[in-house]
Design a protein around this ligand. Structure first.
Ligand code: ADP
Ligand code: MG
Length: 392
């Protein structure tokens, strides 16, 4: 899929309506992490350098079409001004008036789009009202692209549209990982449950050369092969589905890599006694909480011969040591290969990003997506409406 970028547009004397994700964490009225705001700087600066004016559109929280004062972007505006180093004016009504009065490098920040019921309904009227404020539409919010909303989908059909820098960077990283990847491609999928990642597994077995299944969901696959997993987290009702995925992988020539050894404990708490056993040796009163060193060795060997890695979901219950060991070791291996220029590594998912940060490996990955739901839908092979609307 191809999309226009800022380089394809002429911003001189134009007003750009820029959809951004500045849904930052706030505690007691104070923004505690400005990462999301920092990531829009290249797009804002670039549009201004090209002679355009910037009008930011964003959502905050889930107000569900109603005005919820605590979710007003008025509270975020000072942090945006601070991070951008530009005058930022928040506007909650009379948008047209504020736009007409924009001066110099002033940036407008429209009130939380989700206060308007038209936003999440992808309402044509609301999109038209937004579109009337600018000349060019720029989408820099990949994390909102899996939703067809007025500011992500309908508006893109009303104005010349392009991807912002962050969106373009994310799309090209994702394309390198699964769209047109260098082979062999390895996918690591872990996490708690198979049920939340069925579509993802189904899509990946048809696309990658090796699929590592780890975390709690590996237990479901072990159990589906007749192995006793004791008190482990396991979705026994998905045994048939797990066997179908194994069959589909076999037909597609995708190697499925399940734990070759397991780390078990009687309690999921810090300092709990744990032992490393063969995959079929889980005691009836124990839980599998991580993969063991033989599994990590095998994964490392596969990564040594791979060109591309895409990763979602930790290999174990990484929140509590020592059950973070397999995740940390595999992450360190992927990070080292990436730094050496031998592997393209892309990872995403809420807990995955936390786990890779905890492992100290995140900075060395080729690309880390912080997009959560949009990243998962992309891994499932779904078309993202906000991205489709940008394609030329
Ligand atoms: P992401 O948010 O990156 O998509 P998930 O939410 O699917 O990842 O999975 C993360 C969760 O999976 C973590 O809370 C982790 O503790 C849990 N998990 C991983 N392995 C196991 C296991 N063997 N038993 C129980 N929970 C596990
Ligand atoms: Mg999660």
């Amino acid at each position: 899929m191809a999309w226009k970028t800022l380089d394809d547009m002429d911003f001189a004397g134009k007003r750009a309506l820029v959809r951004v994700d500045i849904n930052v964490p706030v505690e007691d009225g104070v923004v505690t992490d400005t990462t999301r705001i920092e990531r829009i700087i290249p797009t804002v600066d670039d549009i201004q350098e090209k002679g355009g004016k910037v009008i930011l559109m964003a959502h905050f929280g889930r107000p569900k079409g109603q005005v919820v004062p605590e979710m007003s972007l008025e509270h975020i505006a000072p942090a945006v001004a601070d991070v951008l180093g530009l005058p930022v004016t928040w506007v909650n009504s009379d948008y047209g008036d504020a736009v007409a009065k924009m001066e110099g490098d002033e940036v407008l920040l429209l009130e939380n789009l989700r206060f308007n019921p038209g936003e999440e309904k992808n309402d044509a009227g609301f999109a038209k009202r937004l579109a009337s404020l600018g000349d060019i539409y720029v989408n820099d919010a990949f994390s909102a692209a899996h939703r067809a909303h007025a500011s992500t989908e309908a508006i893109a059909r009303l104005l010349p549209a392009c991807a912002g820098r962050l969106m373009a960077e994310e799309l090209s990283a994702l394309d390198k990982a699964l769209g047109t990847p260098k082979r062999p491609v390895v996918a690591v999928v872990g996490g708690a449950k198979v049920s939340t990642k069925l579509d993802l597994l189904g899509n990946l077995v048809g696309k990658v050369d090796h699929l590592v299944i780890g975390g709690g969901m590996a237990n479901t696959f072990l159990a589906a092969q007749g192995i006793n997993v004791g008190k482990s987290l396991c979705e026994h009702d998905l045994a048939e589905t797990a066997r179908e995925i194994l069959g589909k992988a076999k037909a597609a020539g995708c190697e499925i890599i399940l734990p070759r050894d397991i780390v078990v404990a009687r309690a999921f708490k810090a300092g709990a006694d744990s032992e490393t056993l063969a995959p079929d040796a889980c005691p009836a009163d124990a839980m599998i909480l991580d993969a063991g060193p033989a599994t990590v060795d095998y994964i490392s060997g596969v990564l040594d011969n791979a060109e591309t890695l895409v990763w979602n979901g930790p290999l174990g219950a990484f929140e509590i040591a020592p059950f973070d060991a397999a995740t940390n070791a595999a992450a360190a291996k992927a990070a080292a290969l990436s730094t050496a220029g031998k592997l393209i590594s892309v990872a995403g998912g809420g807990d995955t990003v936390a786990a890779l940060n905890q492992a100290g490996a995140a900075d060395d990955f080729t690309y880390i997506s912080t997009a959560g739901g949009a990243f998962l839908e992309w891994m499932e092979g779904k078309e993202l409406p906000g991205v489709a609307a940008l394609s030329r």
